[in-house]
Write a protein that binds this ligand. Structure first.
Ligand code: GDP
Length: 259
């Protein structure tokens, strides 16, 4: 009777899903599913797929929607900002990018280069060192230009230090985002919980994007990020290029987790 559940448990643990989460899932499954009713094995995928919850979607109407990206350095935040902008631009949104990361050298150039390639307006500065000022000015400018969707890239640093949290909070207060997206590398595993929680305690994270799903990692850590932020995964990054970006689909993700 419990073979099916044990098989799921094993596969999830091997895919870097945290033990407490797997236990919780087991308990929930036992509560809602009568395992005796399941024919041997064939319903595994069905029982761990979750209902999708609605996430704030940018509007083509005014006022402009502001979406802020947070995540640790190297997670793929800057790349993902442009992918997200490009994705919406192709759908007819008037989009713009604001680079409020003054910490990492070269990030403005990176964003500028990507934005120029995709013909997306951008705002940033080589000389201004206050990210809050840049964010406020950029959002203000693009609101005046009547953009539908203004995307704000923030600083990452190496870890979630207090100064980073403070900076992100101030950028959020200055730009009043409609949605904050937490960007995570698919290979970070269970460390995703603490990372995501630290950001969630600072700003109200409403969605998760998993990057580098083209690599070997199964992305099991994403479930920890979802649990910590109580927010769904909305997109996945599948490569370094602008168009290597997909709407998150739970079925292939679960298939990959279960191996
Ligand atoms: P940030 O520090 O979080 O802003 O990270 P970057 O956007 O600079 O990305 C760090 C590195 O990861 C860069 O070399 C990106 O090209 C790469 N990267 C970002 N997203 C993906 C992805 O989905 N797949 C792959 N293979 N590489 C990615």
């Amino acid at each position: 009777m419990n073979d099916c559940l044990n098989e799921i448990t094993r596969a999830l643990l091997q895919s870097d899903v945290s033990f407490p989460l797997v236990k919780e899932m087991q308990t929930n499954i036992k509560k809602i599913v009568n395992l005796d009713d399941l024919a041997a094995g064939h319903n595994k995928r069905l029982i761990i797929e979750q209902d999708e919850r609605p996430v704030f979607a940018p509007k083509k109407a005014k006022p402009s929607s502001v979406v802020m990206f947070v995540g640790l350095q190297g997670a793929g935040k800057t790349t993902t900002c442009t992918k997200y902008a490009y994705y919406h631009q192709k759908k007819g949104y008037k989009t713009a990018l604001v680079c409020a990361d003054t910490f990492r050298a070269g990030v403005f150039d990176q964003l500028k280069q990507n934005a120029t390639k995709a013909k997306i307006p951008f705002y940033g500065s080589y000389t201004e060192s206050d990210p809050v000022k840049i964010a406020a000015e950029g959002v203000d400018r693009f609101k005046k230009e009547k953009c539908d969707l203004i995307i704000v890239d923030t600083s990452g640093r190496h870890k979630q230090e207090a100064s980073l949290c403070e900076e992100i909070l101030q950028v959020a207060e200055a730009t009043e985002p409609d949605l904050v997206i937490f960007v995570m590398d698919s290979s970070i595993g269970q460390a995703a919980f603490d990372q995501a929680q630290a950001f969630k305690q600072t700003v109200s994270v409403g969605a998760v994007i998993i990057t580098k799903m083209d690599g070997h990692a199964k992305g099991g850590g994403a479930l920890s990020a979802v649990a910590a932020t109580k927010s769904p995964v909305i997109f996945i990054g599948t490569g370094e290029h602008m168009d290597e970006f997909e709407v998150f689909d739970v079925k292939p993700f679960v298939s990959r987790l279960l191996g």
